[in-house]
Ligand binder design. Sequence first.
Ligand code: FES
Ligand code: FES
Length: 908
Amino acid sequence: MTFVINGKEFSATPRPGQCLRTFLRETGHFGVKKGCDAGDCGACTVLIDGEPVHSCLIPAFRGDGHAITTIEGLAKDGALHPLQQAFLDAQGFQCGFCTAGMILTCASLNQAQRQDLGAALKGNICRCTGYRAIEDALDGKTNVEQVAAGEAFGRSLPAPAGPQVVRGQAPYTFDTAIEGLLHIKLVRSPHPHARIVAIDKTAALAVPGVHAVLVHEDAPDVLYSTARHEKAWMDPDDTRMLDPVMRFVGQRVAAIVAENEAAAEEGCRRLKVDYEILPAVFDPAQAIAPDAPVLHPGRTKEQRVANAARNIVAEAHGEFGDVATALATAAVTYEGTFTTQRVQHAALETHGGLAWIDGSGVLNVRSSTQVPFLTHRALAQIFHRAPGKIRVFCERVGGGFGGKQEMFVEDILALAALKTGRPVKLEFTREEQFCATSTRHPMRIAVKAGADKNGKLTALHLDVLSNTGAYGNHAGPVLFHSCGESVGVYDCANKKVDAVVAYTNTVPAGAFRGYGLPQTLFAVEAAIDELAKQLGISPFEIRRRNVVKPGDPMLSPQGYGESDVRYGSYGLDQCLDLVERAMQAEAPKPVLSEEWLIGDGMALTMIDTVPPDGHIADVEIGLRDGGGFDLTVGTAEFGNGTSTVHRQIAATVLKTVVERIHLRQSDTAHGGHDTGAYGSTGTFVAGRATQEAAERLAGEIKQFAAQLLAADPAACALDRDAVICGGQRVSFAELAMTAKARNTPLTAHGNSQGTPRSVAFNVQGFRVAVNRGTGQIKILKSVQAADAGRIANPMQCRGQIEGGVAQSLGAALYEEMVIDAGGRIINPRFRDYHLPSFADVPRTEVLFADTTDALGPLGAKSMSESPYNPVAAALGNAIAAATGIRVTAVPFKPDRLFPLLQEKYGPK
Ligand code: FES
Ligand code: FES
């Protein structure tokens, strides 16, 4: 067959049944991505004869004789297509995994289609941006700034990888060709709770191309947690690489390693496994009841399982003052029980990786991870391998949102590479992503609150039951965090927390943006609003009267690690004012029939800028040949923007331009330790280490230049590409050359231990219209104010907020993983799960408080997770204001609202 791909003709015969997506990738067109392989996400979009198609749905042979354009061929001779330039100017991407497909679809739109982008872009999902930066690109907006040397910090500078991202050349995990690669597919448990009695490998091994069948007897018998934290004691040791006991539908049973995916899949189908079925429990309340099936019998407190016999992984109980008396004597009280659902991160790049052993005997693992250094540490422990004999690194990561703060593939990759001696690949399908990675913890939150007649909060009690699923990765830390800042942000004399997290025979929950706070805020912020309503004061006013102010203790009764939290800055008051003013601003009246009920709602959040108990970043920086700087940072880039911000910090301190800062990151073979890109720490922790390293290097450079010029170091200053000492000038390039000749390289190291920590704030406001006949919700206005200290990069920070609001709106309005009576997830596909598309996401007005943090790098604080946190709470409050109905479960789907509206307002 003859294919014309990007103007070049060549002949090839696709495999029978092969789709165009894999065919194009096998011919080196790595800009064609996989997000779902089901026609639901658009990451694989290419143009056939100018028309956008999802190449995963097209048989490759259909391309025969047609002109196929991938992102690599959209423009000729190294130039940029106008749309590629527009995406660069507007920075219409974050992780960039969707960007190639998005640009190709946008490039194919005619003027009429551009008038209805909701319809035109319905086949292209972006999980990061919230679509507004994409709309800006289509509107021809320029969001990036030009700045002078030394002024990078605080300005909207573009992501360094932007030109590669828009050309489809930024390498993600699988964007490389490796000779002799073997493919891994995993056999997964069909049962929610079962013991493996026997496995017969014979038929699987007989499949042509199958090299190995790895079962529990072949794997190290080591207990660990898939969760990665700096301190291992934060998570229970309850997981084996391959366990003879199955605890959820989808758990690994065996790994089949074969010459190609088809053989590996056939091996999976042929593997014979005999199970003894065990009783299962899916509801956390039933799981902690006496006589419930026990998931992890024999696990101990030393293994960080609080009460294995009752399926309790962790619990927290504490009280300040006397909540019962305070409630009994309060002028107004509110009690309610709220439930939140199981949602998926849905990063467009699925989990996966490659592993091989190089010529020096080093096991190399290249994976889609937020935590290469902690994964490296875990592999060394599990395989009893010297740390120097393992390297873990990531290329650009296609979204994470906390889901990649886990080790879901690297252990099995390492096992397969070590057993076969061949390079191996494991790439999860979208279904595996839903059924076998991690989710947000579903929670049931009972809240009781009381206030006096002046609107002063006198009592706050949270009773939380969290469902961690079959394993306890992140179970305790998420539970503790959920009851931390949500309670700590209010100044109240009587507070109580009772919180329990339970094992059930369901897919494990894990880290997810906000780390438990979105769930509890849904209840706490509703309770505060309900008290305000009873007292006749505004939601803003009751919060002003009750939130902590600088100097107030940020007390949370479960007593989790608040001791090193300080008010490095405080902008919550400004955020409240900003959102209140924006919500009150004149706006055109919506033209809606009387069926629509309109209401405003708001909610707030506080978040510690670093997780507790240690988050470490080591940074190296050095002057390099030619006068630029090599900056080595361990933290990963997955759309969080840290690679941009780290260069901005270094360039600002060194009084130069970002183009001179060459960043190397997320590779255990280079630089010191880094805990990882989670907990919103990329700017606050690694940024602080970068600042320290750059300041030290600036001092060294001035000292060295002063020596050379026989000048006073105090009279020397850095100036873009040189040092000026009095009237003399010596370039960075000359300094680098001289230092090299003298064998005295100019380098410096910076370190941050992530303590003391500061606090950041967000306030979200919504105006909604609810159709009382159908339960449909329209968002008429969305405003979020953020206190992120000095804003390192306003464009990127705005993007984080827009993306966080969009992702959270998805969870608040549509998304829900549904588990049937047998413990099986029945909607493990994007089309049944409903990620928000362009048409679903309103434009959010983003406002910033004006603060400078005393603890963060150059005054900045974190702003990655927290924009997500108050969204469901604010939306619930807006729905209550519009309808008079307090909806206590998310998502706010029409079928949930409809009966409540019918009951209150009667039939249509
Ligand atoms: S990978 Fe083809 S549409 Fe998602
Ligand atoms: S930038 Fe669109 S999915 Fe990450």
